[in-house]
Design a protein around this ligand. Structure first.
Ligand code: HEC
Length: 217
C-alpha cells in the first residue's frame, strides 16, 4: 500500500519536473524573441523625440515674442520691421532641421508662402484633426516627409491677438504682404484659430547614420 503511494507520488513528481523543464525551455526560447521585438519597435531615439518637442516650443515662442514686440511699438512699422516676424521664424525652422538631421517645415492650408502648402495627405489629415480638436497641442505620426522611414512630430500654431496685424482681414494686411504674396490665403483669421502647424520629420537612426556617412565620403 505504502509503496504504491510513494510510486504514484514519484510519478507525479517526475511529471511536474518534466513540466517545469518544458516551461523553462519554452520561456528561454521565447524571451530573446520578445527582447528583439522590443528593440526593433522604437524607430528613433527617444531623446531626439524630446528634443524636437522642446525645439518647437522655443520656435513658437520666438514668433510670439517677435509679433508682440511689433504690437507694442508706438511708431508706424516700416516694411523692414514688418518683415521681422514670420520670415525669420521660417529660416530658424530650416536651421533647426539642418543642425539635427531633421526636416522642419511650417504647414498651413491657408498659407501665405506657397512653400508652406500641405505636401501630402498626412499633413492635410493632421491639419483637419487639429482644427477639430483644439485641445490637442501636438502628436506623432509614423513616416511623413516623402514617406522615408522615420516619425514626424506635428505641433499646432494658434492665432494670437498680435498676429491679426498681418493675418487679420484681407484689407488690413500690410502693403508688403499684398505686394509680395499675390496668392496669399493667410488672412481672415480670428484669435484662437488654428493658423497651421510645425512638422518635424526625424528619420530612422540607421538612415540618419547612412546619410551622414554619405556626406563624409
Ligand atoms: C508683420 C506681419 C506678420 C505678423 C505680425 C505675423 N505674421 Fe505670420 N506671416 C507673415 C508673412 C509675411 C508670412 C510669410 C513668410 C514667408 O515668406 O515665409 C507669414 C507666414 C506665417 C506662417 C507660415 C505659413 C504660411 O502661411 O506661409 C505661419 C504659421 C504664421 N505666419 C503664423 C503667424 C502667427 C501665429 C502670428 C502671431 C503670433 C503671425 N504669423 C504674425 C506676416 C506676419
Amino acid at each position: 500500500m505504502t509503496s504504491t503511494l510513494s510510486l504514484q507520488r514519484l510519478a507525479w513528481l517526475a511529471r511536474s519536473f518534466l513540466l517545469l523543464i518544458l516551461l523553462s525551455v519554452g520561456l528561454l526560447t521565447a524571451l530573446p524573441n520578445t527582447a528583439l521585438a522590443a528593440e526593433a519597435s522604437p524607430p528613433v531615439d527617444s531623446a531626439a523625440l524630446a528634443k524636437a518637442v522642446v525645439a518647437m516650443e522655443q520656435l513658437d515662442q520666438m514668433r510670439t515674442s517677435l509679433a508682440s514686440m511689433l504690437e507694442g511699438r508706438s511708431e508706424e512699422p516700416t516694411i523692414e520691421t514688418m518683415k521681422e516676424v514670420c520670415k525669420p521664424v521660417g529660416l530658424r525652422a530650416i536651421a533647426i532641421g539642418k543642425q539635427n538631421g531633421w526636416q522642419v517645415r511650417q504647414v498651413a492650408s491657408k498659407y501665405r508662402n506657397p512653400d508652406h502648402a500641405p505636401a501630402g495627405p498626412q499633413e492635410t489629415q493632421v491639419i483637419d484633426l487639429l482644427e477639430l480638436h483644439p485641445e490637442i497641442t501636438g502628436l506623432w505620426e509614423p513616416a511623413g516627409a516623402g514617406e522615408s522611414a522615420g516619425v514626424t512630430y506635428y505641433r499646432r500654431i494658434n492665432v494670437e491677438p498680435s498676429c491679426l496685424a498681418c493675418h487679420g482681414t484681407k484689407a488690413s494686411r500690410p502693403g508688403f504682404v499684398a505686394a509680395n504674396y499675390p496668392n496669399d490665403r493667410a488672412f481672415d483669421f480670428n484669435v484662437g484659430d488654428l493658423r497651421g502647424l510645425y512638422a518635424v520629420f526625424i528619420p530612422e537612426l540607421q538612415e540618419a547614420l547612412a546619410d551622414s556617412l554619405a556626406e563624409v565620403s
